[in-house]
Design a protein around this ligand. Structure first.
Ligand SMILES: C[S@@+](CC[C@H](N)C(=O)[O-])C[C@H]1O[C@@H](n2cnc3c(N)ncnc32)[C@H](O)[C@@H]1O
Length: 340
């Protein structure tokens, strides 16, 4: 049984949840702020701000006077991936709205931030930048002089052994040189007590870690951290569901419009078919009429004969009286001659 101060600080409920591999360590971070009461906290590697915002919230909720500094290029690296300005802008907006009075975001490389901190001034340093052996070693060694006599250093990802991660290797070396303990959940978090003035509870954790009795504490913070991870997962699923619902509504509206258009087109098609049917009827009527009016060769012969007879009759009516008149005139002229 490890004797350590249980408190509600480890039941912190994060105000906002970012997608991050760090969420499971928030209960311990909050409890650590309460115990350590750090005057100056510096984080190397912030990305979306899961750890940074949790540290700020813990400081604020517990009414501590700590100042929290986040250093990052907010450009990404080969392990976190590279990203655009929107990540920095979103985090900056949250930080300014909630924690402007207690925190600063320093957009620069870690070594460029060094001159802004006094030697021996940092009580809590969180190293979560690039995760190669060389990078973690450089981050620790360059920042070590800045740590106070109460200084505690957190190393994230001490359990990851893939993609060139080398924190585990550096942790296995450095944890031999200072009192230390390590959480194995949430990719691992190494806690190194570099300052000589150590907090008693942290010293007991370090002793138990060496003695093999740290598992219950690891388990306790793992379970508390799992709740936060699940909450984030549920929120993410809800966002996915809400997006899916919006998509269903959008597609439903398109389907409705398409159905209306189909009905309209069906009506237009029906009207066109009616017009075609009507036109066909008219054509049929004209064809019947034409057939009805059509003349056979016999009809033509008969009509031609009748026409010829009519014309002959007219001619006769016109010509015969004239001929008869002329004949009479000729008779009168010739009559004297006939008498001789
Ligand atoms: C693993 S992420 C930090 C995760 C964060 N602590 C969280 O809670 O999710 C690593 C970050 O370190 C930053 N980084 C890596 N090397 C850096 C360097 N030398 N200087 C400044 N930023 C660096 C990257 O831009 C990246 O955003």
């Amino acid at each position: 049984m490890i004797d350590f101060p249980l408190s509600t600080s480890m039941l912190i409920s994060p105000r906002s949840l970012q997608l991050s591999a760090w969420l499971g360590h928030i209960p311990f971070a909050s409890w650590l702020i309460e115990q350590l009461e750090p005057r100056l906290i510096v984080e190397l590697g912030t990305h979306r701000g899961a750890s940074f915002l949790a540290l700020c919230q813990a400081v604020q909720e517990q009414g501590k006077t700590s100042r929290v500094f986040a250093v990052d290029t907010w450009e990404g690296d080969e392990h976190a991936g590279y990203y655009g300005d929107e990540i920095y802008n979103e985090l900056r907006e949250v930080q300014q709205r909630n924690y402007a009075g207690i925190s600063e975001m320093m957009r620069m490389r870690f070594n460029e931030a060094l001159p802004y901190f006094d030697e021996g001034s940092i009580d809590l340093l969180h190293i979560d930048g690039l995760h190669t052996y060389e990078a973690v070693r450089e981050d620790f060694e360059t920042w070590l002089p800045k740590l106070s006599d109460r200084g505690v250093v957190l190393f994230h990802d001490t359990c990851v052994r893939e993609r060139g991660f080398g924190v585990w290797q550096y942790w296995s070396e450095i944890s031999q040189q200072y009192p230390a303990f390590e959480f194995t959940h949430t990719h691992g978090l190494g806690v190194l007590l570099v300052g000589k003035a150590r907090h008693p509870a942290l010293s007991r954790f370090a002793e138990q870690w060496v003695a093999g009795g740290f598992a219950p504490i690891n388990r306790l913070f793992d379970v508390l951290g799992s709740n936060i991870k699940r909450t984030e997962e549920i929120e993410r699923v809800y966002v996915g569901l809400s997006d899916a619902r919006s998509e269903v509504n959008r597609l439903g509206a398109i389907a409705h419009d398409s159905r209306l258009r189909c009905e309209q087109l069906e009506q237009e098609l029906h009207q066109a078919q009616e017009r075609i049917r009507h036109a066909e009827q008219e054509v049929q009527q004209h064809r019947l009429q034409a057939e009805h009016n059509a003349l056979t060769p016999d009809d033509l012969r008969r009509i031609a004969g009748e026409e010829r007879a009519r014309v002959v009759e007219e001619l006769q009516a016109m010509v015969v009286p004239q001929l008869e008149g002329n004949t009479r005139k000729l008779d009168q002229l010739l009559r004297p001659w006939w008498r001789r």
